[in-house]
Unconditional design. Structure first.
Length: 65
């Protein structure tokens, strides 16, 4: 679960969430993503960014108001 302050959804917080998601995706699927990127001639960093954004939808968020 991700705990967020509802009044603090600025750009810095969003970047932090994407960064955490990237680390999570890389830890879980890093080798598979690298293999896929190499086989399909896709830049790994772009693929990782896309998967990290998709991964954000799998988190449970709790907003403190």
């Amino acid at each position: 679960m991700v705990y967020l302050n509802y009044t603090n959804l600025d750009n810095e917080t969003q970047e932090r969430l994407v960064s955490v998601s990237k680390k999570d995706v890389e830890h879980k699927f890093g080798n598979d993503l690298k293999r896929y990127a190499k086989e399909h001639h896709v830049e790994y960093d772009i693929l990782l960014e896309e998967e990290a954004l998709r991964n954000l939808y799998s988190y449970d968020y709790i907003f403190n108001i």
